[in-house]
Design a protein around this ligand. Structure first.
Ligand SMILES: [Fe+2]
Ligand SMILES: [Fe+2]
Length: 369
């Protein structure tokens, strides 16, 4: 192929790591540049975020990615037609890049609907068409043959989807995009406001950002899970005690008689599963013990536990503990636990629940004084 250029269209509402994995694969497979072309008004669904917002998220993601082969095209925004037609985009690309071979990348469900697109013959004449296979979507052979559509081998977007990001079930998204969603209160941020008042939302955002940083510094494979758990950890707080005890009796029976303040961790885990359809069970488990801790915690659980106790908005000087967590999540976690035990002792109360006690005994040794 001559100086190939991949046209990667979509609504990118928002862009996520699955898109980036596909783009990297296409870049390497064709040894091509990849042009992301966000649709202004896709004809199959109305995007939730505006064109300008989706464009900004794409730019942030690509800046973060740092690949010289990736770029964004605003072509569909400039046209501002009622509906975005692929044929218009491909025509325009041919005019802008006359010496280059165009490759149009589409999804597997789009491969099936391709014969019903506007001027499919012309698209197939102007560009080579490749589809990205998706689990569970069968592709109709006759459409493939008629328009000479090929399969892009080796592209694996993973479990993330834009709708999953919008509903907060999975946040496998570059950090600069995540922070933009939070700043601009897009997508799930509107839903979170039903569960958390302003002060708690602010606390949760702070826990999420700190947990992400600790996870990143500790080289956890998916720091976005720490962000997700941080955002959701307190969503059980607004549920009244009677209902909370009811949920805990049903879902986490062993803890049904725990003190009232601790119930929200299990109610939160339940709501994260039921209302937010959180995909990763590790996130649910981190929410479920963020308040009391427990013996044998996973790295993610330790990070969320620590971030909740030391986020900068807590109202005491936690800078030393934050530094400690950022340099080593485990050492930091021990320091947070120790500070917690000292605090309880000063209050003369000690721990009033078995989970916290077992947690401290295991990680700090039994306190015999
Ligand atoms: Fe909490
Ligand atoms: Fe909290």
């Amino acid at each position: 192929m001559k100086d190939p250029l991949v046209i990667y269209g979509g609504s990118f509402d928002p862009i996520h790591e699955g898109h980036l994995r596909i783009a990297r694969r296409a870049r390497d497979y064709f040894e091509a540049d990849v042009l992301f072309v966000p649709a202004y008004a896709p004809r199959w669904k109305k995007p939730e975020a505006s064109f300008a917002e989706r464009l900004t998220m794409l730019r942030r993601a690509l800046k973060n990615e740092g690949s010289p082969s990736f770029a964004v095209s605003e072509i569909e925004g400039k046209r501002k037609g009622e509906v975005s037609y692929t044929v218009d985009t491909v025509r325009e690309m041919k005019r802008l890049y006359p010496g280059r071979d165009l490759i149009l990348l589409i999804g597997s469900d789009e491969a099936n609907s391709f014969p019903r697109w506007k001027d499919p013959e012309e698209i197939a004449r102007l560009a080579s068409i490749y589809y990205v296979p998706r689990e569970g979507v069968e592709v109709d052979d006759s459409a493939l043959r008629t328009f000479n559509i090929h399969r892009l081998e080796g592209a694996n977007p993973g479990a993330v989807s834009s709708s999953g990001v919008r509903s907060l079930s999975c946040l496998d998204v570059p950090y600069p995009v995540l922070s933009y969603i939070v700043e601009r209160k897009l997508y799930f941020m509107k839903k979170l406001a039903f569960y958390l008042d302003e002060r708690r939302l602010e606390h949760s955002i702070s826990v999420a950002s700190l947990a992400y940083s600790i996870a990143l510094h500790s080289r956890l494979e998916r720091p976005d899970l720490a962000f997700q758990a941080g955002l959701l950890h307190d969503i059980g707080k607004n549920v009244g005690e009677v209902e909370s005890r009811d949920i805990v009796s049903r879902e986490y029976h062993a803890y049904r008689d725990y003190p009232g303040y601790a119930l929200h961790q299990w109610v939160g885990a339940y709501l994260a599963k039921k209302d937010f359809k959180v995909l990763d069970p590790e996130v649910i488990e981190a929410i479920a013990y963020h308040c009391t801790g427990k013996p044998h915690m996973t790295p993610l659980q330790k990070i969320v536990y620590s971030a909740d106790k030391i986020e900068p908005g807590r109202g005491y000087d936690s800078r030393k503990l934050i530094r400690s967590c950022l340099s080593n999540y485990y050492v930091g976690f021990l320091a947070v636990l120790k500070a917690n035990r000292a605090f309880l002792k000063k209050q003369g109360s000690g721990s009033d629940n078995a989970l916290s006690e077992q947690c401290m005994d295991l990680y700090l040794g039994k306190d015999r004084k």
